[in-house]
Design a protein around this ligand. Structure first.
Ligand code: ATP
Length: 140
């Protein structure tokens, strides 16, 4: 079975979380395929710029957070197994420039983001990220 591996991040600023609407119709986090020879961090910074126009200097990775989800989906009649690793990153700007892969974006509060995210596994990642930030930064 074909396997895909992606890396992304829960990106936040001032208590708001960034969500993208994918061309497929679902809402989720910034992420993308890990290319050969790339580290997780490199994939994340490349995707953040490609998908949201957020540059490395706009983003700070928060150490100590890494969550993996997996799912199956169908592409051209084939079932694909996919693993996605999410990191956690703080943005210094709300200024997002979407790529053609996405049709909308929003910065949402924790509660609104939980409602907007399409898939339960992604919602669980947000719950963990929010809890991590509360524990380590006393926010929310
Ligand atoms: P990437 O951003 O990694 O390049 P992509 O644009 O190729 O991703 P996905 O976001 O993985 O695609 O979406 C591919 C299919 O998987 C779509 O049908 C989508 O609805 C479904 N999907 C996306 N995220 C999840 C998830 N967290 N759990 C289950 N199915 C998902």
């Amino acid at each position: 079975m074909p396997v895909e591996r992606s890396c992304g991040a829960v990106i936040f600023k001032d208590g708001k979380y960034l969500l993208l609407k994918y061309g497929w119709g679902h809402w989720g986090f910034v992420k993308g395929n890990i290319e050969k020879g790339e580290s997780l961090e490199e994939t994340f910074f490349r995707e953040a710029e490609e998908e949201a126009g957020l540059k490395k200097e706009n983003l700070k990775l928060i150490e100590g957070f890494k969550e993996k989800i997996s799912y199956f989906y169908k592409k051209g009649g084939k079932t694909i197994y996919k693993e996605v690793i999410y990191l956690l990153a703080e943005s210094n700007t709300f200024d997002v420039k979407l790529s053609h892969e996405h049709t909308a974006y929003e910065w949402l509060s924790y509660e609104d983001a939980l409602e907007r995210i399409t898939y339960e596994n992604d919602r669980n990642v947000l719950r963990k990220a929010h809890e991590f930030l509360r524990r380590t930064r006393k926010i929310g």
